[in-house]
Design a protein around this ligand. Structure first.
Ligand SMILES: [Zn+2]
Ligand SMILES: [Zn+2]
Length: 349
């Protein structure tokens, strides 16, 4: 099969790999949708000749890209119980695997495996930008019939990450949340927080992204390049500040504002990767009883709960997509995605 790889320096290359066959405990998925993710850009842009990531590499040659998979089970290896999947089932994949038996793996957090370096598909092991994709059956997550395959791809990463963070924050429908960064993850956060009943203040430095956030139900939008975001959030909350906040901007300015916009006893959660932030411990944290937490994607169980929530509440996850592509359009697709001005993009197979 021809599958997409990133040789580096913003190149895309199709490489011919043998069709995967499932070993014991594994399944092969016929891919139907595979999302493009902001994190792909680290691998896409890296210098040629360097490994895909600093993590332990499971492949010596080119690595198939993509980690937002959904599709249909096409083949099943020995010893896979029917409760995990049958031929033809619509599925997503929790896009990591670990040892399968440690305390974290057993509760669906394989990315936190304590025993082996975890595999992250499309990073240190083969991913889903391919016609077929082999994974351990225990990392499958059912895709409800009401949801499209593209929605499954979104839930497999960006939308699921936003849901995982809102769960970690324990967001209540009575609360006001400020969401910093309205790229695909922050926008999903806006959409899900509204569906959970909360009041949403959406922030971004792009007017286009703010317009999209408003269309997704944000109660207020703020561009920190044009207005003092802390002042406005205080005004909107009777001088107190937001109950909770979410940083999906990954910028140090977004992160510090996500802390400073909080009310006393407020909580913030960081999901944007990379970089750093400088905190004044006394005034930003301890004298306000503030809580800062991190959230790394989600577990298999939370991914499944997220899909069920979206189907039951009829959240229009497909609306996050601005671009649909065929896999053979990968070069054009990643060129545009690399500008980071669009919404979410996905390959449909
Ligand atoms: Zn992703
Ligand atoms: Zn483990």
């Amino acid at each position: 099969m021809l599958a997409l790889t990133f040789p580096g320096d913003r190149q895309t290359e199709f490489v011919d790999f043998p069709d995967p066959t499932p070993g014991p405990g594994e399944v092969v998925i016929e891919m139907k949708a595979s999302g493009l993710c902001g994190s792909d850009l680290h691998y896409y842009r890296r210098p040629q000749g360097t490994p895909m990531s600093g993590k332990h590499q499971y492949q010596s040659g080119p690595v198939i890209a993509g980690h937002e998979p959904s599709g249909i089970i096409a083949a099943i290896g020995a010893g896979v119980p029917e409760s995990l999947g049958r031929i033809g089932d619509r599925v997503m994949v929790h896009h990591y695997s670990g040892c399968a038996t440690c305390n974290h793996c057993r509760v669906g957090w394989q990315q936190l495996c304590q025993e082996v370096p975890s595999r992250t598909y499309g990073n240190n092991d083969h991913g889903s930008h391919a016609p077929y994709f082999k994974v351990p059956a225990m990392t499958l997550v059912p895709l409800p019939d009401e949801l499209s395959f593209a929605a499954g791809a979104a839930i497999s990463c960006g939308t699921g990450t936003a849901y995982g963070a809102l769960r970690r924050l324990g967001l209540l429908g009575t609360e006001t949340i400020a969401i910093f960064g309205q790229g695909p993850v922050g926008l999903a956060g806006t959409q899900l927080a509204k569906a959970m009943g909360a009041r949403v203040i959406a922030l971004d430095i792009s007017a286009d992204r703010l317009a999209r956030a408003a269309a997704f139900g944000a109660d207020h939008v703020i561009n920190p390049l044009e207005e003092d975001e802390i002042d406005i959030i205080k005004q909107l909350t009777h001088g107190h500040g937001a109950d909770v906040s979410l940083d999906s901007s990954g910028s140090s300015q977004g992160r510090i504002a996500a802390i400073r916009c909080l009310r006393t006893w407020g909580k913030t959660c960081f999901v944007g990767e990379g970089g750093d932030v400088k905190i004044d411990v006394s005034s930003d944290l301890l004298r306000r009883q503030a809580t800062v937490m991190g959230s790394w994607t989600f577990s298999t169980v939370i991914q499944s709960e997220c899909a069920r929530f979206i189907a039951d509440r009829k959240v229009d996850v497909d609306a996050v997509f601005t671009d649909y592509w065929r896999l053979d359009q990968a070069e054009e697709a990643y060129k545009l995605f690399d500008t980071q001005t669009t919404g979410k993009a996905v390959f449909l197979l």
